[in-house]
Design a binder for this molecule. Structure first.
Ligand code: THU
Length: 151
C-alpha cells in the first residue's frame, strides 16, 4: 500500500517537474505532497536571476499545503527530477533526494503533525525509487517540538 502511494506521488511529481522555472540550472524538480485526507498538492522548483533566492520543489509544495491550512496533515512527499532537455522533457537516471534546507522544512511539517513523514525519491526515467523517513534524512532534528509547538 505504501509502495503504491509512493509510486502515485512520484508520478505526480514527474508530471509537475515539467513546469519548473529552472532556466539557470536546467534541472527541473517536481514534488507531490500527500495529505491525510488523500489529496495531493504539488510544487516545482522556482529559480530566480538572483540565484540564491531560488525555491526548491519540496518547499513550494509544502508552502502550498500550508497555504491551504494543511501543514499538519502531511503524510508523505514524493520528489523527482533531472536535466531539462531541449524539448522540455526531464531526463536522468539518478534519484533526487531533498536538499538540506528542504529536509528541515519537511521536519517542520513532520513534527507539527506528529508523524515521521515518508519521503519517496525517484529518478526521472523511473528506474530508481527509494523510500526514506524524515527522521532518517534529518536525524536528531531541531524543530517545533523543541519549542513546545508540536502535538
Ligand atoms: N532542487 C529542488 O527543487 N529540490 C531538491 O531537493 C534539490 C534541488 C532544485 C534547486 C535548483 O532549482 C535546481 O534543483 C538545481 O539545484
Amino acid at each position: 500500500m505504501r509502495e503504491v502511494a509512493g509510486r502515485v506521488l512520484i508520478d505526480a511529481a514527474r508530471g509537475v517537474a515539467t513546469n519548473a522555472h529552472a532556466p539557470y540550472s536546467r534541472f527541473g524538480v517536481g514534488a507531490a505532497v500527500l495529505l491525510a485526507d488523500g489529496r495531493i498538492v504539488t510544487g516545482a522548483n522556482f529559480e530566480n536571476a538572483s540565484y540564491g533566492l531560488s525555491l526548491c520543489a519540496e518547499t513550494v509544495a509544502l508552502a502550498t499545503a500550508n497555504s491551504e491550512g494543511h501543514l499538519r496533515d502531511v503524510v508523505a512527499i514524493g520528489v523527482t527530477g533531472g536535466r531539462i532537455e531541449s524539448d522540455g522533457s526531464i531526463a536522468g537516471s539518478a534519484l533526487v533526494t531533498p536538499c538540506g534546507r528542504c529536509r528541515q522544512i519537511i521536519n517542520e511539517a513532520a513534527q507539527l503533525g506528529g508523524r515521521d513523514i515518508d519521503i519517496y525519491c525517484g529518478s526521472a526515467d523511473g528506474g530508481a525509487f527509494a523510500r526514506f523517513r524524515a527522521s532518517e534524512l534529518l536525524p536528531h532534528a531541531f524543530g517545533p517540538a523543541d519549542l513546545g509547538l508540536a502535538d
